[in-house]
Design a protein around this ligand. Structure first.
Ligand code: ADP
Length: 399
């Protein structure tokens, strides 16, 4: 069985073609800058010694882009398929499933309409995801189309954690509540963590910490999400590359009343010019760590704030979970930054967390334990793999 996993953005299509006989990636690529004068398309064939193709010619729209992906996948040189009909299913990452979608779903017209109804909740993401689905329906006419939602894993969060203390009608009439995101990643690393600890996921309590450009942290009780830091949108919670995370909501009206900013400007500031970038002018964690080590005061402040916010959430989630088998670091920063893991775990022995500094810096790459033998709670590093999770969920559904 072959499954194509697609993650469509407003000007990009990321894709991975999996052979589900051995869960291997056959080919993968990222088509960026759709609609711009110069495109950027990288395509790799993994079974042919990671042979890489890079194309710069412009791609006017998503359909043209998807057709080019098909050409590359079926080309004698760059391809891995004889014909596009070999693709049995297409798994789509869909950011916002709202309250309607609690699990991966076969896409039909009604489902597509329901995803469209969620556009106001994710105005940047869902329209692009819909274009990806509609284009793929046109091109892969024989394949089953499946939507895997970023929000679905968090549908188990109870009302006391998913409601905001606003007038209740704002929940019933406008669907204002916490949905949570990165669900595919939190679910994938939770399952991998349970496997590593040789425990069924259904009896494992975890705090999973996804630290990429976006960041979120989830409290998992008996394998189910019971709270997460992102909210109605991916802006709430941890400090991120360019997003503020938690702020006093009165800041919005204060800025509008007392500066020349309008609501669009405030939205842009909070999403694009805040977080690490807002404090120290950079959002790449590698650069920030280097700058802080070289004495850059703002980089040091940004780093301190970033780590402090994560610690606060870890403390809060320990309080609601009562017992925690492990905390799990994942995504770009969580998987690769030995410094951030060390700063986050520093002085958490009262929570039963003691890092082993040698294990933390080991060059090992896969899922691993990095706590000291004296640590009551395990500390894990688990590389996330959202694409594989989407492929596996798609396979499960169509079988
Ligand atoms: P996205 O959320 O866009 O998928 P990633 O999960 O790839 O992003 O994470 C990107 C972040 O990971 C960037 O801030 C980058 O600097 C950081 N990162 C990657 N490798 C390292 C490393 N070795 N040390 C510190 N940070 C790293």
């Amino acid at each position: 069985m072959k499954i194509l996993v697609i993650n469509t953005g407003s000007s990009s299509i990321k894709y991975q073609l999996f052979s589900m006989d051995n869960n291997r990636v056959l080919a993968a690529g990222n088509l960026e800058k759709i609609g711009e004068p110069e495109g950027l398309h990288t395509h790799e064939v993994l079974d042919k010694g990671e042979q890489k193709t890079v194309l710069y010619d412009p791609v006017q729209d998503h359909e043209t882009g998807m057709n080019r992906i098909v050409s590359l996948l079926t080309d004698a040189e760059t391809g891995v398929l004889k014909d596009k009909s070999e693709v049995d299913a297409v798994g789509h990452r869909v950011v916002h499933g709202g309250e309607a979608f609690k699990a991966p779903t076969l896409i039909d017209q009604a489902v597509l309409e329901a995803i469209k109804e969620n556009i106001p909740l994710a105005p940047l993401h869902n329209p692009a995801n819909i274009v990806g689905i509609e284009t793929s329906q046109k091109i892969f006419t024989d394949a089953v189309q499946v939507a895997v939602f970023d929000t679905a894993f968090h549908h188990t969060i109870p009302p006391k954690a998913h409601l905001y203390a606003l007038p209740y009608e704002l929940y019933t009439s406008m669907k204002i509540r916490r949905y949570g995101f990165h669900g595919t990643s939190h679910h994938y690393v939770a399952q991998t963590a349970a496997d590593l600890l040789s425990k069924p996921l259904e009896s494992t309590n975890l705090i999973t910490i996804h630290l990429g450009n976006g960041g979120s942290i989830t409290a998992i009780e008996k394998g189910k999400s019971i709270d997460t830091s992102m909210g109605m949108t991916p802006l709430e919670g941890l400090i991120m590359g360019t997003r503020s995370g938690d702020v006093d909501p009165a800041i919005h009206s204060y800025l509008i009343r007392n500066s020349d900013m309008n609501i669009e400007d405030v939205d842009a500031v909070l999403n694009k010019n805040s977080g690490l970038k807002g404090i120290c002018g950079r959002n790449d964690m590698r650069e920030i760590l280097t700058a802080a080590k070289n004495g850059d005061g703002k980089a040091k402040t940004a780093l301190d704030m970033y780590v402090y916010r994560i610690k606060k959430y870890i403390g809060a989630y320990f309080a609601i979970l009562t017992t925690v088998d492990a905390i799990v670091f994942t995504a770009g920063i969580g998987e690769h930054s030995t410094d951030i893991r060390e700063y986050v775990c520093d002085n958490l022995q009262n929570l039963g967390l003691i890092l082993d500094k040698t294990r933390n810096v080991s060059v090992e790459k896969g899922p691993r334990q990095i706590q000291s033998d004296l640590s009551k709670t395990k500390i894990l590093v688990i590389p996330t793999n959202e694409e594989l999770k989407i492929a596996l969920e798609t396979k499960k559904l169509i079988e």
